[in-house]
Design a binder for this molecule. Structure first.
Ligand code: SF4
Length: 498
């Protein structure tokens, strides 16, 4: 168990963020506002960033994208170049497609309908099947990202009719998770899939409309939050104002990602009407009710465990101590993965203050345990620092299944809770006790009914069917399969997913 679980080959020790979207319509400083909006959403993707802008109606769209952080991709000169009153922007972590510049978003194409750009947050579970169909029809793709299929679906060469109906028809073919920003030559459009997996909010600033993945982006630019875009809603903003229509797809149940509350979203955002900080505190209080511990000090795993630890401390009346200090200024380390280096990696990210825990019974509050290797190293650190007892408490249920809707998890076999009991995990971590929040307790803490959420990574009940081998490199794999096995082999998947 130890060897397999401590494999250094897969670097996914925590689930990775997905993507962030920000758009502006009708503001003379649109590019600068989009830059700041993306800055606030940097936690949702750090691999690449991009902005598409338009000077005025009918003018060609301009695109600037690059690899790296928002502050590395843009500078004064590039932002000055992007004059105009509307923009859409994107920060990316690749949940489908490799981490290359060609996959940076927004993707921009020039077609019979003029220039169209799209930025996507989420994961399309049938993108490979759609792409296969489009490629057979002669479409040429410029990226390996799932998002590009939407552009091809919207722009068939002989398609007649209105843009809006073409868009609704195209959206109706997508399956999976998608919050989108689309920009044409006269408008920007915000879309949220019928399940509402990923957030998207609408705001106003100086008479302009703004759209963002999280409300924290509005705070930074002093925009006023108006409302969330509804599941299945298409919001079209142009010189006539804002026009809302529903997607043609029949409305199913909601499936908002509950893990946005637990871990992904910034604590200063408001999601679905609830402040993330308050939900996280309540997760901690509920955890203390369900899994109390006889201890002297509550220690959060920063930063995402901070508010749950606060709630645990409040309810249990055990004082909280910030014994772990996070280093915010490290990138990836590319040294050989020896035991010494793995230990270094853990310590450089999160250093421990020994005096805060020496001689004490410690409750460590974390928001998730994925593979368990980092959590185990932390227990070792605590014991070396003189902690008398170490009790692990997790502010959500065990993660037993991967996500297919835009969050990068390890495979099922690598998730420690997939095939090990809590008792086995406790032993592997070297802890004195372990306690996970129940599914019901997690839903209760959000203040919303369970029926609002996707919780598939806990339960294995996926709201939208997906292919058995779906992962972030599925597009590349599919091309190889088609080349070597022939088209008929893929027919089964087509019938299942289209
Ligand atoms: S599977 Fe988990 S991480 Fe993925 S959308 Fe559902 S709740 Fe969120």
């Amino acid at each position: 168990m130890a060897d397999r679980l401590s494999s250094p080959q897969d670097p996914i020790e925590r689930p990775r963020d997905h993507c962030g979207l920000f758009g502006v319509y009708g503001h003379s400083n649109a590019a600068m506002l989009t830059y700041y909006g993306l800055y606030a959403l940097q936690h949702r993707g750090q691999e690449s960033a991009g902005i598409v802008s338009a000077k005025s109606d009918g003018e060609p769209l301009q695109r600037h994208v690059g690899m790296g952080l928002v502050s590395q991709v843009f500078d004064d000169a590039s932002l000055r170049e992007m004059r105009g009153d509307r923009c859409i922007g994107h920060v990316r972590y690749s949940t489908t497609g490799a981490s290359h510049l060609e996959n940076a978003q927004p993707i921009l194409v020039d077609c019979g309908r003029g220039k169209i750009a799209v930025g996507h947050n989420g994961n399309l579970v049938n993108a490979n099947v759609l792409r296969d169909e489009l490629e057979r029809g002669g479409a040429i793709f410029q990226t390996s990202a799932d998002s590009e299929v939407l552009l091809h679906l919207m722009t068939p060469p002989r398609e007649e009719g209105q843009k809006e109906s073409a868009l609704r028809r195209a959206l109706g073919r997508l399956r999976g998770a998608f919050s989108l920003l689309i920009m044409g030559e006269k408008e920007i459009i915000g879309v949220r899939d019928p399940f509402g997996f990923r957030p998207l909010s609408l705001g106003r600033l100086d008479g302009a409309y703004v759209l963002a993945s999280e409300t924290t982006a509005f705070d930074l630019i002093h925009a006023t939050f108006i409302r969330d875009v509804k599941p299945g809603e298409i919001v079209i903003i142009n010189r006539d104002g804002l026009h809302s229509v529903q997607m043609d797809t029949p409305k199913g149940r909601e499936a908002f990602c509950v893990f946005e509350y637990v871990y992904f979203a910034r604590p200063d955002s408001v999601l679905e009407g609830r402040a993330v900080t308050e939900v996280r505190r309540e997760l901690g209080r509920q955890l203390a009710r369900e899994c109390p511990a006889d201890a002297d000090v509550v220690v959060p795993v920063p930063d995402s465990g901070n508010y749950a630890a606060q709630g645990f401390s409040e309810h249990s009346r055990i004082p909280q101590e910030f014994a772990f200090v996070r280093n915010h200024y490290i990138g990836r380390t590319f040294l050989q993965p020896t035991q010494l280096i793995r230990d270094f990696n853990v310590r450089v990210k999160l250093n421990l203050i020994p005096s805060a825990v020496a001689g004490k019974r410690v409750v460590v509050v974390d928001d998730s345990i994925v593979r368990g290797t980092t959590a185990r190293a932390r227990v070792v650190n605590l014991r070396e620092a003189g902690a008398k007892e170490v009790h692990i408490r997790v502010s959500c249920p065990p993660h037993r299944h991967p996500c297919h809707y835009g969050i990068d998890f390890p495979t099922s076999g690598e998730l420690i809770a997939n095939n090990h009991s809590s008792e086995e995990i406790k032993t592997y971590l070297g802890a004195d006790s372990i306690g996970y929040l129940s599914l019901e307790g997690m839903f209760r803490a959000t203040g919303h009914p369970a029926s609002k959420f996707c919780a598939a990574c806990y339960t294995g009940e996926y709201p939208v069917p997906f292919e058995a081998d779906l992962d972030k490199f599925v597009m590349q794999k599919r091309r190889v399969a088609r080349a070597s096995l022939g088209d008929e082999v893929l027919e089964l998947d087509r019938q299942k997913l289209l």
